[in-house]
Design a protein around this ligand. Sequence first.
Ligand code: ADP
Ligand code: MG
Length: 259
Amino acid sequence: MNTISQLNTSDTPPIISVSGLSKYFGDHQVLHDVSARFNRGEVVVVIGPSGSGKSTFLRCCNGLEIAEAGSINICGEWLLKDGAALAEEALNELRKHVGMVFQSFNLFPHLSVLGNVAIGPRKILGMPRDESEKLARELLAKVGLAHKAEAMPASLSGGQKQRVAIARALAMKPEVMLFDEPTSALDPELVGEVLQVMQQLAAEGMTMIVVTHEMSFAREVADVLVVMEDGRIVESGPARTIFEAPVHGRTRLLLQKVA
Ligand code: ADP
Ligand code: MG
């Protein structure tokens, strides 16, 4: 079984713990007995070749995919316990604590930037309109887009769209943020502005799990590195240790390729 060494050896429970996770699409097993523990305030970077199960792993962590076997505990709640998933209503409740940012932004095209950020708190958390808009403006300022509040998503650059998507996820006041290749769809010159926002979040202590190929970001920001291959975690532990002395052949290959 794959285990991840904890940086924090204190008694605080992990914010996410995954054990024995196996996921199939039809006959195809895409996650094999994956186990990991992530602590509050840690930035975990997940790397691995295309098709190694990184997205599926993240999607299982917020219940977008339900695995057939294993357990996932998030913030003390069992999303999945011995292969049995939470009912839809409880799952939606738990999802409020887990923000997710996708490669493809997924903004609501018919809502303004402000509307995109304010809608979650208003519709899902029941926040009054003025309060949700105040929060949205604060978060847009945080991602450097206060001046775009009234703009429509279609008028934004990819980097701006992704920063709106981050603000929208933050508006739900998540305990943990999951990022699935958040800069992979961006023109190279727009990658930096998104990574900078993520770096700032990390510095503020947000717990983050980030699938990315951006190794300079990983080197600077990751506390923990997880390396996946063929649906398995083949290496994991303190990022600094792995960058200095990768043990698994796949890790060496991945680090070489981008060095
Ligand atoms: P990664 O994010 O590392 O590229 P994925 O988690 O997207 O990997 O995919 C892992 C494997 O699962 C791949 O073989 C992929 O083709 C398969 N897969 C992913 N999503 C689905 C799906 N919805 N239906 C069938 N197969 C899928
Ligand atoms: Mg993926």
